[in-house]
Ligand binder design. Structure first.
Ligand code: NAD
Length: 383
């Protein structure tokens, strides 16, 4: 095989963009598409001159593809991916891999059993700034974590929320900002700071007329006793994004597009005990890290890497099982917010399944919906 034959399932906004990439790369060939909405499936099929299906099972069983990219609303990611693994296909799933941790578990299990390649569209991992931050953390230069901060402001209009029947409903999406916009950042945050052991969160719909949350604020507790703070919302048009990890030996700060690393002269735990002077203050160096912005980033890099993993066994940028962390984190925020209590990670699967079932019962069909399947122009611009 010199090219991976790709089928894209769910060819709305994001899936359409994936079709264009799969068609343009020399490692992949777009061979089929599927969408439950026949007019969408037909339009994409005709545009790309490939077979189209309305039933994803038929696409998977068609023999037309070696791998699928799943870009349906989140609830369907596990069901479709598991069926693909069971039928011998490789899977690249959109984020988040699942709405609930229990479904993510099943998906990861099915991937393991199949031995097929499983990756996730966490394309922000390809950004040089995060690659550099990860290098610094992994080098041990920060030392044991003492504190973390992640402030992730987004903005979405009411028209955005009204652009799809599934959006911002418990039944259609299983959450709001935390499950739609935030997973990319949560993935990076947990990659750099680790997964907290406990989360105490508040969630609410502040600005929008939606049943799920548009604002989340959470207090985090790590295994070693370190504390952290996390905030996200779709109510804030002005940034910057802020991520900070303070360790025993140094501190890393990402603010917008800048990365700064502070290196302490001594570990703070030692210095605090040793320093004889009443007003002693620890010396540190400050380094603004140079970022090479001429590196290719984004969805195309993840799709290329997925294809190379299938063709030549290249190491994945995002391994499928790593998708569980962000689902643990976001489920913990929703569970804690809804129950008004601190929750432990790994979260109780049954408790979360029961909560979701309850929330889905309260889900109401959208009153105002003007269906639009258009990718965020900021994403489209980068392709
Ligand atoms: N990685 C990124 O940068 C990024 C950006 C946007 C969206 N996404 C993810 O992509 C997914 C889709 O989001 P979108 O904005 O493209 O939504 P969308 O509504 O524009 O498109 C989803 C499409 O899936 C189809 N669909 C629904 N159920 C299906 C099924 N069972 N089988 C086949 N098709 C089905 C719908 O008819 C629709 O055409 C979401 O999980 C979202 O989180 C990722």
């Amino acid at each position: 095989m010199d090219k991976v034959r790709i089928g894209v399932i769910g060819v709305g906004g994001m899936g359409y963009a994936h079709c264009k990439i799969a068609r343009s790369l020399n490692l992949t060939e777009l061979t089929c598409v599927s969408d439950v909405d026949e007019s969408v499936a037909k339009e994409r099929g005709e545009e790309f001159k490939v077979r189209y299906f309305t039933d994803y099972k038929e696409l998977i069983k068609s023999g037309l593809c070696d791998a699928v990219i799943v870009a349906t609303p989140h609830w369907y990611h596990p069901e479709i991916s598991i069926f693909a693994f069971q039928n011998g296909l490789h899977v690249l799933s959109e984020k988040p891999i699942a709405v609930k941790v229990s479904d993510a578990d099943k998906m990861i299990e099915a991937a393991k059993k199949s031995g097929k390649v499983f990756s996730i569209m966490f394309q922000r991992r390809t950004e040089p700034l995060f690659k550099k931050a990860y290098e610094i953390v992994k080098s041990g230069a920060i030392g044991e974590i003492q504190k973390s901060v992640c402030i992730d402001p987004w903005y979405r209009s009411q028209a955005y929320y009204d652009s799809g029947t599934w959006r911002a409903t418990w039944k259609g999406e299983g959450g709001g900002v935390i499950i739609n916009q935030a997973p990319h950042t949560i993935d990076l945050f947990t990659l750099l700071a680790g997964l907290p052991k406990k989360i105490t969160a508040k969630t609410r719909a502040k600005l929008h007329d939606i049943e799920v949350e548009d604002e989340v604020s959470a207090f985090l507790e790590y295994e070693n006793g370190a504390w952290g703070y996390y905030y996200t919302s779709t109510c804030e048009p002005v940034g910057p994004f802020h991520l900070e990890i303070t360790g025993d030996k140094g501190k890393l700060v990402i603010r917008g597009n800048t990365l700064t690393f502070y290196s302490y002269e001594y570990p703070i735990s030692e210095f605090t005990k040793m320093a004889p002077d009443m007003w002693a203050s620890l010396k540190y160096t400050e380094e603004k890290i140079e970022i090479n912005s001429n590196i290719e980033t984004g969805h195309g890099v993840i799709i290329k890497n997925f294809a190379k993993a299938i063709l030549y066994g290249e190491e994945l940028i995002v391994k499928g099982e790593e998708g569980l962390n962000s689902v643990e984190f976001l489920n913990a925020c929703i569970l804690s917010g809804k129950k008004g209590k601190t929750v432990e990670i790994p979260i109780n699967r049954k408790e979360y399944d029961d909560l979701m079932e309850e929330l889905i019962k309260t889900s109401k069909p959208k009153k105002v919906v003007k269906v639009q399947r258009v990718t965020d122009p900021n994403i489209a611009k980068k392709m």
